[in-house]
Write a protein that binds this ligand. Sequence first.
Ligand SMILES: Cc1cc2nc3c(=O)[nH]c(=O)nc-3n(C[C@H](O)[C@H](O)[C@H](O)COP(=O)(O)OP(=O)(O)OC[C@H]3O[C@@H](n4cnc5c(N)ncnc54)[C@H](O)[C@@H]3O)c2cc1C
Length: 412
Amino acid sequence: MVGPQDVASLRRSADFVVVGAGVVGLACALELRRRHPHATVVVLDKERRLAAHASGRNSGVVHAGFYYARDSMKARLCRRGNLALHRFCEEHGVALERCGKLVVAQDEREHATLDDLLVRAAHNGVPLEKVGEDDVRRIEPRAKTVGWALYSPSTSVLDPLAVMTAMQQAALASGIDVMLATPWRGRDGSRVITSRGAVDAGFVINAAGLQALAIARAYGFGRDLQVLPFKGLYLLAGRTAPPLACHIYPVPEPDMPFLGVHLTVTPNGGSKIGPTALPAAWLESYAPFASLRGLSRFSARELVSSLGGNLRLLLRRPSLWRYAFREAAKMVPGRLVAAAAALAHGVRREDFRDWGRPGIRAQLLDLRAGDLVMDFRHEGDERSLHVLNAVSPAFTCVLPLAEWVVDVAEAR
Ligand SMILES: Cc1cc2nc3c(=O)[nH]c(=O)nc-3n(C[C@H](O)[C@H](O)[C@H](O)COP(=O)(O)OP(=O)(O)OC[C@H]3O[C@@H](n4cnc5c(N)ncnc54)[C@H](O)[C@@H]3O)c2cc1C
């Protein structure tokens, strides 16, 4: 979608410039407007279309908040974000399906991790129920579990594009300049250089997703970090697939930021399988290699960086080789369907023929620790703030996340 201000000219100066009109950038701009009604706020995005990256290419799951370690930002923001996003959808007429979610065990050894999740849920103030096999059958007769499972009543699903459109409209209605097709190209002191000229910025908020680290570096931040993009593929259920009442997730790997391939209810009454967590060759490598478009937005520098980063991670944590091979196998549709078939009855290859829009996570690697960054990060000074590692569940967390970003910006 091209916004009405796509053709407008860029201001020469602004109190706040937000780089990136993804969900984080738009939510930050709205929060700035709420607190500073008379300030000028400009949001820049390099793409001609809204939600071209993660904010338009995700599962649309409104997470409950029971996965995240007690003291993490993710834990602090997810429960609040879940409630706030439900309210936002109600106020803006965005459809949201309160479908709930089961986390099922594939063998008894996984019960220990389920117990840990119950403890995390209690710490994080998130409703989560331990349910026996009979209750699992009552909630979703197709779900398979060994012994017992967890049921999360406050997990929902929505269409992320509908949320993005509502946020863009709210931003435009409140006088925020949302400038699509206007990439940040560099900086010259406090001036932000774009494809349409320069804007003198009082304060810059960098919410550029996959590109946020590169921009942070231009301001002198993010030196000990590297972006390690992980691609999420989806297979969409056709009309012949049996219906699904709630999301069905596997037990997650405790020290990975990904939740494992799951079966997700979609807001239109369908379902999908995914997302995988495959190392992506470069930051915006969305198209399949088998097609000519496979090389679009190719960057040799990003390819070398991705290979180096993955190798560094695998050398530090050799146990991840098995994980990496398992994820790589899921590029084959039959293997991806087989992973989902372990979670539910009636998951058949012939019902899942079409690939959905893949998404790529802006996951960071901490170069000093040699390990994946598990929580949201920010770096900055009195002139700029950089929102880094805004990976899942940042969509769910986004409203309190924006309050936090603006609190930090104001404190500087
Ligand atoms: C496969 C997948 C599944 C996910 N599932 C869920 C889920 O179910 N629930 C959930 O809560 N979260 C989920 N997430 C996470 C969620 O989608 C992201 O955390 C969130 O969308 C991040 O938003 P963002 O605004 O930071 O990034 P983005 O949406 O990527 O936005 C960044 C924007 O910055 C722009 N930009 C980049 N460089 C420049 C530049 N130089 N100049 C101007 N603009 C620039 C880009 O064009 C882009 O529009 C998922 C993510 C993925 C990838």
